[in-house]
Design a protein around this ligand. Structure first.
Ligand SMILES: Cc1cc2nc3c(=O)[nH]c(=O)nc-3n(C[C@H](O)[C@H](O)[C@H](O)COP(=O)(O)O)c2cc1C
Length: 326
């Protein structure tokens, strides 16, 4: 797949997910077959004001490429300046037009932009002038069910020189409830002259195959389906190549859980690692015998050593339970 000048090896993209897809998560996921990953959403205002926390979201390294930098904001001048600042730190810039979070929407950014098409045009024109990198947008279907306007926003994006468009076909009012309406992705693909990336409700490899087939989209973006399951990308690739999807063994899960901790610890303090890894470790354990109790213990763990021994103990017993009681 190609987005402007950028060649992407696999048409499986890792969704930007605030609080989840940090550098360590991306590094863990990439070897499984991710063609392009994105930073968590980065505030253009925060960047221009020079905030350290905001800049920290841009952390990357050679193994974490190609990388899309996702910006959010509402001001064309600020977003253009942010583009100039990040130009050397990734291979692509994406504008967030989908975030439903109240604080973001109140400022006129994220999915609030679905309601202000003229502002979208001004912003994209300014960003386009500011960068030669491939420029993409990530949008929702509309603000609510009575204002479905993804085709209008996509048309504006094309006119302003955007190189690809991602659609998460839910409205802002839906948040993450209900089902993503993939028919919108199909409709967009039929109208668009630039690559279309489909996002929403891909939880297994068959879902990805179905989205590609039903909508004709050029690539799929995987989000929550990766929780505790980096094998999702590998399985999508396997199906594409005519092989079958594989279920990771308990040993695979233990190994990835330990690797995730080790990668996270490279960039973060022990305290932050203990707190941030909790959710990931609970996801790795999901569905295995004793997972509920493991969750309680992992959420009380206060050191990495403690976490590691809980993991070793839990997965060893889960493996025995699986063998005895398939
Ligand atoms: C915890 C979380 C954080 C997210 N953060 C972002 C974000 O920073 N930028 C963005 O464009 N979308 C964000 N999203 C939306 C996802 O990128 C994706 O479009 C959405 O979750 C639908 O895909 P899925 O059903 O595969 O999860 C986020 C979603 C979740 C669940």
């Amino acid at each position: 797949m190609k987005i402007k000048s950028l060649h992407i090896k696999h048409n499986i993209l890792l969704a930007p997910m605030a609080g989840i897809t940090d550098l360590s998560c991306r590094l863990l996921m990439r070897p499984f077959g991710i063609g392009l990953a994105f930073t968590e959403m980065v505030s253009a205002n925060g960047l221009v004001l020079g905030g350290d926390a905001t800049k920290g979201l841009l952390a990357s390294e050679p193994a974490d490429r190609p990388l899309g930098i996702q910006l959010f904001g509402e001001n064309p001048v600020t977003l253009a300046e942010a583009c100039r600042q990040v130009e050397t730190q990734g291979e692509l810039i994406d504008l967030n037009i989908g975030c439903p979070v109240k604080k973001v929407v109140r400022s006129g950014a994220g999915s609030a932009l679905m309601q202000t098409p003229k502002r979208v045009a001004q912003i994209l024109a300014a960003m386009r002038r500011a960068t030669t990198l491939p420029l993409t947008v990530k949008i929702r279907s509309g603000w609510d069910s009575s204002s479905i306007n993804f085709l209008e926003i996509a048309h504006i994006a094309e006119q302003e020189g955007v190189d690809a468009i991602t659609l998460h076909p839910r409205t802002r009012s839906q948040g993450f409830s209900g089902k993503a309406d993939w028919s919108h992705i199909g409709e967009l693909k039929r109208r668009a002259t630039i690559p279309v990336i489909g996002s929403g409700d891909i939880f297994d490899a068959e879902d990805a195959q179905r989205m590609l087939k039903e909508t004709g989209c050029d690539a799929v973006m995987i989000g929550r389906g990766c929780y505790g399951n980096p094998w999702l990308a590998k399985n999508i690739l396997a199906l594409q190549q005519g092989a079958s999807a594989l279920t990771p063994s308990v040993d695979d899960r233990r190994e990835v859980a330990l690797r995730h901790i080790a990668i996270f610890l490279r960039y973060n303090s022990e305290r932050k690692t203990v707190l941030d890894m909790r959710k990931h470790l609970c996801w790795y354990a999901k569905g295995l015998a004793g997972a509920a109790q493991f969750r309680v213990h992992i959420n009380q763990a206060s050191s990495i050593d403690e976490m590691r021994s809980l993991i070793l103990h839990f997965f060893q017993h889960a493996a025995m339970a699986t063998t005895e009681d398939p």
